[in-house]
Design a protein around this ligand. Structure first.
Ligand code: SAM
Length: 254
């Protein structure tokens, strides 16, 4: 995924951001989503995660407090292969095997924020990968369905998510181009692999007033992150957000 570069912020802004992050960490410790991953966390990674949230997420404009809390609470180092554990909080995607990647933290936060989720939302993720994006969604919504086409990745992510206590996530194996009809319709859909076009089955499985975020473009071309909104009347509108680089959405439709 594309690395996002930002301009050097003014000192005063840095001070405010540091105070903001400190406040959030304190609130997580006091009343935060204890039911989720913090309990499985290792203290040694707390500093790295705090820096990640401050420097890569908050300073680049992610402002939804709940998204920031989720990024702060999920132990990203538990979602990367052991050999990359010391790089888990780096500002880039990392390999997770089978030619796939765990996305850059900023992109995960950005895609989550634009979906405008709430506690009653039911979300479909296409492209489970490591399970990290599903874990970030978990504390923000009622239910997460995540589907992965590579069986080995799907199985290991399902075990990881269960072991870490993300009880509202269902992980399945399948071709997400066709969505997950059994559980449709969804309030939001997030596709974490680049499609050549917007899959019509996913549009059908999006509720009225729902939102979908999806990278669109070929493997060796510029891809655009697209935000799709479905109006009350079923009318679809699309908006180009930012250029990105994702692994391709594979499957029979290809
Ligand atoms: N969201 C993941 C995470 O948090 O680790 C990262 C996703 S990775 C960039 C893209 C994933 O999409 C890969 O694991 C890939 O196997 C999967 N994928 C590709 N095509 C797919 C399809 N048609 N249906 C479901 N998953 C697919």
């Amino acid at each position: 995924m594309t690395k996002i570069l930002t301009e050097k912020p003014a000192k005063i802004l840095l001070g405010c951001l540091a105070a903001f992050i400190t406040l959030i960490i304190a609130s997580i410790q006091l009343v935060g989503p204890e039911a989720f991953a913090a309990k499985a966390d290792d203290a040694e990674f707390l500093y790295e995660r705090t820096s990640m949230v401050k420097n890569q997420i908050a300073e680049r404009g992610i402002s939804d407090r709940r998204v920031i809390e989720a990024m702060m609470s999920v132990p990203r180092h538990k979602f990367v292969p052991d050999k990359y554990i010391t790089r888990a909080y780096d500002d880039n995607p990392l390999p997770i095997g089978y030619g796939q990647t765990i996305s850059q933290p900023y992109i995960v936060a950005y895609m989550t924020e634009v979906l405008n989720l709430n506690k009653n939302s039911t979300v479909l993720e296409v492209g489970t990968g490591s399970g990290y994006q599903a874990a970030i969604l978990s504390p923000l919504v009622k239910k997460v369905y995540t589907i992965e086409i590579i069986p080995e990745l799907a199985k290991s992510a399902a075990v990881r998510l269960k072991d870490l206590g993300y009880t509202n996530v269902d992980a399945g194996i399948g071709d997400g181009y066709y969505g997950w009809t059994t559980h449709a319709p969804f309030d939001a859909i997030i596709v974490t692999a680049a499609a050549g076009h917007i899959p019509p089955p996913l549009l059908e499985q999006l509720k009225s007033n729902g939102r979908m975020v999806i990278p669109v473009g070929g493997s060796f071309m510029v891809q655009n992150l697209i935000l799709i909104s479905k109006g009350k009347d079923g009318i679809i509108t699309t908006r180009n957000l930012i250029p990105v680089r994702f692994v391709p959405l594979t499957g029979k439709h290809d």
